[in-house]
Ligand binder design. Sequence first.
Ligand code: F6P
Length: 542
Amino acid sequence: MSDVALEAAWAKLNRLAAQPEAAAIRPLFAADPERFARFSQHGAGMLLDRSKTSISDEVQAALFDLAREAGVERQRDAMANGALVNVTEGRAALHMALRGFLPGAREASADAAATREQMRVFTEAVHRGEIRGATNQRFDTVLNIGIGGSDLGPVMVGRALWRAGDPMRPIHLGNVDGHGWETVLPMLDARRTLVLISSKTFTTMETMANAQLVRDWMEASVGKLGASSHFAALSTNLKATEAFGIAADRVFPFRDWVGGRFSLWSAIGLSLALSLGWERFQALLDGAAEMDRHFLDAPLEENLPILLALTEAWHVNGLGLHRRAVLPYDERLRRLPAHLQQLEMESLGKRVRSDGTPVGRATGSVVFGEPGTSAQHSFLQLIHQGPEMVPVDFILVARPDHRHAENHRILLANGLAQAEALLTGRDRAGVEADMRAAGADEATVARLLPHRIFPGNRPSVTIVLPHLDPASLGSLIALYEHKVFVLGALWGINPFDQWGVELGKVLATPLVAELQDGAPAGTHDSSTAGLLAEVLRLQSHP
Ligand code: F6P
């Protein structure tokens, strides 16, 4: 591998992307009746179909060359062996050790297993009623306080898997907005609530403010002495958890080699273990471990995370498509797009490579999404007929967990139909024939024709899960985690740091005081100073 060879591989891809028909998909189907079979792969129990993209055999070969020249497999193995792949923070990225044994990272694997055991013992003791609150009542609710990776993953998995009758009810407090607390407060009985303060750093302003709010409420409800039995902390910062007053046996630690957005498998997943039960949490980890084995073992050409990443590289760097929609056709996955937003955009929003040189090409996509079919009735119009193409990830689940077979058929039919419509579009002849058959006169046909034509050739990938259960969800999340890693490897960037979000945090600190006392002249740009003054004026003259 050399920089020259890597740049040559990018140049080859760019040449293919510059060809006039580079974005056309329909001709690829017309030319190859086996296209679906050749461009869809099974792995870790799911199917990934990339046939509805404009990746031809030639483009595919160029993408594989690119992956080889970028050393994707070598970089993957280095990550699994504990190399300090997070170069700006001098850390490894060993989230795979949280869900399976990594022979190249024995110490990390053993460390993760020890915390897992601590979590299991605690979870089962809470469920058996051996660990109770200050008033000797059993805990029936777990309140997770955390934000970003200490919230989004647990929320997303909880929404996907939790059912009435499961061991505990999960409630999440993420945003520092007091309205969030006011919303969850009526759902809580302090005597039966176990509070988890989830924060890798245990310094995040929002989480610490909410933790203080909840502690005050708990102390007022069950007394200062008893309140501590209602708290546990999930963190890497053991000094700070102690300073907050969390008993040592109520701290579930993890290591700095767990990135926030990769942390739901760590102690940060405790709210999931408590709410879903240990077996289902373990099954989630097992599902992720199955995808890890696939990622580590499958050849490049059959490796789902690598194939998904290469598809994205084709769209982002080849075709210049910088937005992507994620449409799970399963209401239970309604928070998956939010989780992927952090996973992908916080990881891949980088302008320099790991060596500090400009990356020189686009990185990452703007990710957004909603469950289908609801998304069809809000923003899919832009994806069908807007002038710019927006690739879509469709996620379909074959077998539902309800008995409403007709509803499920309608749901899946719509998912399949949207992907088909994006591909095929609606051409002039078809629209004209339809309108004439409906009795439109020629003037009306001519006037409405441009509005009713769909260009088609709009790319999508489809992921099919047999069933949504802890294992398949674990595999699905791990698929996207590894995709992000592969994209980082292709672009030469570090997907494990997030310096960009630090500046806003630093600037917020003095502003908290200035929202009480005002800011001395010249502290801020005129816009920030003007907005601050306006808020203070409105607060003092309601
Ligand atoms: O927004 C930046 C960030 O550091 C995320 O990466 C992280 O998931 C989140 O804040 C919360 O951090 P912590 O778990 O340390 O409270």
